[in-house]
Write a protein that binds this ligand. Structure first.
Ligand code: SMG
Ligand code: MG
Length: 376
């Protein structure tokens, strides 16, 4: 737990918005293609000022069981009312109060972040310092979607390498794996390279996945289903490529179980997926004690979540470059007036109070498609 704790806030209410933000180019994974990022922005209204958070669900329950309208419903019907029952609220208590609601971790995480931002802003404290950041900038990796063919993938990767990204991750799925990885290796030699399957394989595909061993990848991310911990352990014994879990790591407990089973030798930490930045720090601490490298995952965050991810990725156990790219990787226009930029292959950890961002009210308004405000 980060110390010292943040001061409690006097909650007046929450404003929730669904945004639709166009992507610079379609993003294709093993489960589908997105051209617009649908996301929920949370604004905590407190006596000492506002705080901002982001619920990283997608429009459809394809990455995980959570999705926008489900998160919207559970937030308005269950999470927000439970918090507004409190007269004052410490950010460290948000997860405790929301614990009776099973699951819905992305919804909880976005709300917790808004409360945390409000509390830290009121104290003039940056999020990075609060979480335990030890760096003022973090190396930036980029996640590259499935392209039309291997040649198009090589072109896309070349563009990102030219921009300075220090690590490339390519999305794969059955039939779009070996040739793609070979093409990138052939074109760019020994660059830091990893692949992400988003659960698209089964143990029956172990032979194909073992073919990836010859490419000396940093890791293979989430080859099997979310609840396939035992199968991941079995697969890990058959591969030389380190197995990294993403979707499966839904909590500190899930991370501890995965490590105990030998299901992963690397862990991707996403605050949304695990229920918040405080739970993310607990997983970081667990992995650090176990000498398991971690890296910060991404969910195509707006400037809100991207700033928070940069702060998280600056903790000492984040020893691999994360999917913490510049805002311009996904967006022509962000909802913050100071979006993360790539500088020499790195992004800066914001230093202002709280998230250290300024919301661009016009952009926020322009992208809003649905809005609800709940007051005490
Ligand atoms: O934010 O850079 C980013 C996206 C990184 O590939 C990325 N995320 O499984 O790791 C992952 C995916 C999940 C999002 S797919 C809609
Ligand atoms: Mg992933």
């Amino acid at each position: 737990m980060p110390a010292p704790p943040a001061s409690p806030v006097a909650l007046d209410g929450f404003e929730l918005r669904v945004l639709h933000i166009p992507l610079v180019s379609p993003f294709t994974t093993s489960f589908g293609t997105e051209t617009v990022r649908e996301v929920i922005v949370v604004r905590a209204l407190t006596a000492d000022g506002d705080g901002w958070g982001e619920i990283v669900t997608g429009a459809a329950p394809l990455y995980s069981s959570e999705y926008t309208q489900g998160a919207w419903d559970v937030a308005l019907r269950h999470l927000v009312p439970a918090l507004l029952d409190q007269r004052t609220l410490a950010p460290e208590d948000v997860a405790v109060i929301l614990r009776p609601v099973v699951g819905h971790r992305m919804a909880k995480a976005g709300i917790e972040l808004a409360v945390l931002d409000a509390a830290l802003r009121a104290q003039g404290r940056p999020l990075g310092e609060y979480l335990g950041a030890v760096r003022d900038r973090v190396p930036s990796g980029v996640s590259v979607g499935i392209q039309r063919d291997p040649a198009a993938l090589v072109d896309a990767v070349r563009g990102y390498l030219d921009e300075g990204y220090v690590r490339i991750k390519i999305k794969i799925k059955p039939g779009r794996d070996i040739a793609e990885t070979a093409a990138v290796r052939d074109a760019f030699g020994t660059i830091p390279l990893q692949v992400d399957a988003n659960s698209a394989y089964t143990l029956a595909d172990a032979d194909v996945l073992a073919e990836l061993d010859r490419f000396d990848l940093l890791l293979i991310e989430q080859p099997l289903q979310e609840d396939d911990l035992v199968d991941h352990a079995t697969l890990a014994r058959q591969l030389r490529t380190p197995v990294c879990l993403d979707e499966s790591i839904t909590s500190h407990k899930a991370a501890a179980d995965a490590l105990a089973l030998g299901a992963a030798s690397v862990i991707n930490i996403k605050a949304g997926r695990v229920g918040g930045y405080l739970e993310a720090v607990r997983i970081h601490d667990l992995c650090r004690d176990a000498a398991i490298p971690v890296w910060c995952g991404g969910m195509l965050e707006t400037g809100i979540g991207r700033a928070a991810n940069a702060a998280l990725a600056a903790l000492p156990g984040f020893t691999l470059p994360g999917d913490v790219s510049a805002s311009s990787r996904f967006y022509h226009r962000d909802i913050v007036s100071d979006p993360l930029e790539l500088e020499d292959g790195h992004v800066r950890v914001p230093t202002g109070p709280g998230l250290g961002i300024r919301i661009d009210p016009i952009a926020l308004e322009d992208f809003t498609v649905e809005r609800e405000t709940v007051r005490r």
